[in-house]
Design a protein around this ligand. Sequence first.
Ligand SMILES: [Zn+2]
Length: 378
Amino acid sequence: MGSQTIRLGRLFGLEIGFNWSLLPFFLLVAWTMATEVLPSGAPGLSSTGYWIAGVLGTVVFYACLLAHELSHALVAKRKGVKVAGITLWLFGGVTQLEGEPSRAQDQALITAVGPLTSLVLAAIFFGAQQLLTSLNAPLLLVTLSAWMALLNLVLGVFNLVPALPLDGGRLLGTAVWWRTGSKDRGTTGAVRVGRFFAYLLIALGALEVLAGGLLNGLWLALIGWFLLSAGAAEGRQVGIRSRLRQVPVAAVMSSPVPTLPSWLTCGQLAEAGGPGAGLYALHGVGGEPMGYLPRSRADEAVRAGHPERRLEEVALAAEQLATVRPDENLEAALLRLGPRLEQGALVVANGQLVGTLSAADLARVAALAPLLARGPQH
Ligand SMILES: [Zn+2]
């Protein structure tokens, strides 16, 4: 999770957090409810009462968003895709998957369950509203239920719009992937539809503001702006990915295997400095193998005030490290490694260790990328 994420806790073994950007939107939703929705639906209460109900309603709304994201995450787990965690932000959430399903059908299922969850929640709140009305319950509760039903309905339908990064865009991309066999082509198409939709929302928002509907107009424009920036990020990702797919692990790994004497101390390694590798094989005095050292573990020991620790003391066994193949493409390898890239991976071909792959190797290649991308001038 990023540094701007505030941790909320764990649920179903998943890390749940929220981004600071959620707070102004939380207030905007609460404000809309406390000053417009609730007073018109259940008149005659104090403004403190409306605000308390508005804030509680907003908490329930974000709980519904969390349920939407959880459904994505749980189906992904079922389909064998690791889930790093869920982050709520603005008026939505992001489920971070480590890796991707390899089959279009699985991707479709993981995506479709989110809007489905929102629509089911809308139906439940609608039922609750009917029940509360028939029981002559306080108007405030009836209005809250009706509003939750509406919000979840909007959430479900809005997410089905075929524009990335919305679920509908992902479904469109998956459908194209299924038909053409090309994942990139699906994503690129969905990003383009998404951009069109985003500009449309911003234009509608501006018209609404000109027509005097400041709050509604601002909402539309904000959602449009959010879609625009999120879609652009998706588009960049496709570009990076298709480039990564053309590069085999063998082209960027540290090879021959970088080695260090196991009796060096973490402090000595830190002082040696230089770019170096991210994962070393250690050897003893007689040249015998002494395990593997992720550079990050040595740096950690120094930071923790133990520069005198020997490399062999913080080393890992081969079984504790991930392995990749030299002929594997970088996209597949990186998706599989996820955060384990931090420690580095052993590159193994036919049972033989031929190199190591780590974030340091990628950083070295990334530094060259701008030069390569520039190409010939015209
Ligand atoms: Zn979703």
